[in-house]
Design a protein around this ligand. Structure first.
Ligand SMILES: [Zn+2]
Length: 326
């Protein structure tokens, strides 16, 4: 299936009132899991790579893999650059073929955010790439606890959002309405009235960052008020960690003397774990893929994007055996 731009995918989500998950990719296991989950749920999906994740894998390494997987998928896939702050990186990733970029000027003074976003939009338009920007600031960093205490966090102003969208022409706007990146220490409270007011004024699809850890009902309420893209990283990261802990907890692994094993059993999930015979890292890779896939499928159903792929699968549908079966 051809790659889709964010604008195309979110236009349908906006029209039919559902959310599309944007899941961060750090390696091939996560990439595999997200694509498989979307195909099984017949859902459009957004593969995201965050600028801040370059310490885990180089953009030059993961970008071609994401694009290849997206092109071979049987569902619409957007390949998105998340939290781009460096102009050079944003231009480079457009050149690689990403169909969507986020320019994050949320910590800049307002006029500077407008000016730099305009610059990115001008170039992206020429290339047919969609642009997401952020106004107000969602605190914290992906996967890191305590984002709700970030002193730089501030709510999106309704009038400023209307001015920003009119002047920049962005395709989607990330809003700050009480969420934070990473793991919550205290339960967040969403400002849903503010969200509805912003949507009413700007009209374009809105984006929720810091979604991991919210209650299911928070997502439903946010989607009902104009959120069409939801960024998820922490929840899939933790799903992978839980599965690894569960697998390793009762195994006597050579060389593991002195490493305290996990004692709990509440995280053991079904036959997959009970029947697994642990032989090495490759088993953890499969376990992580399965755990992330299940987490992503759950989010897809929660956001209502399951079954939203119109028409039959294209003739060049995925070959059996391209990915390990899970
Ligand atoms: Zn974010």
């Amino acid at each position: 299936m051809p790659l889709m731009s964010l604008k195309e995918v979110l236009a349908d989500a906006d029209r039919r009132h559902y959310g599309v998950g944007a899941f961060n990719v750090l390696n091939i296991e996560m990439l595999n899991a997200i694509i498989r989950a979307a195909e099984e749920e017949q859902a459009p999906v957004i593969l995201a790579f965050a600028e801040g994740h370059q310490k885990y894998i180089a953009m030059e390494t993961i970008a071609p893999l994401m694009l290849k997987a997206a092109r071979e998928a049987t569902v619409p896939v957007v390949v998105h650059y998340d939290h781009g702050r460096q102009f050079e990186n944003i231009i480079k990733i457009m050149h690689y073929g990403f169909t969507s970029v986020m320019f994050d000027g949320s910590t800049l003074p307002y006029e500077e955010n407008v000016r730099r976003t305009q610059e990115v939009v001008r170039i992206a338009r020429i290339l047919g790439v969609s642009v997401e920007a952020e106004l107000g600031h969602v605190g914290g960093a992906e996967g890191v606890p305590g984002g709700e205490d970030d002193p730089q966090a501030c709510y999106t102003d309704v009038n400023q959002a209307a001015d920003f969208v009119a002047r920049t022409g962005v395709d989607a706007l990330a809003v700050a309405i009480g969420t934070a990146h990473g793991v919550y220490r205290t339960r967040p409270k969403l400002d849903l009235e503010r969200l509805a007011a912003i949507k009413n004024r700007v009209g374009i699809p809105l984006v929720l960052h810091g979604g991991s850890g919210l209650r299911d009902d928070d997502f439903r309420q946010a989607i009902a008020r104009g959120i069409n893209k939801i960024n998820i990283f922490t929840d899939i990261s933790l799903a992978a960690t839980r599965r690894i802990i569960a697998m390793l907890g009762d195994k006597d692994i050579p060389g593991s003397a002195g490493v305290v094993p996990y004692q709990g059993s509440d995280l053991l999930e079904g036959d997959f774990i009970q029947n697994a015979s642990l032989t090495g890292y490759q088993d953890l890779m499969l376990a992580v893929t399965a755990a992330v896939k299940e987490e992503v499928k759950g989010k897809i159903r929660l956001f209502g994007s399951n079954g939203k792929v119109a028409g039959p699968a294209p003739p060049h549908a995925r070959q059996p055996g391209r990915w390990p079966s899970l």
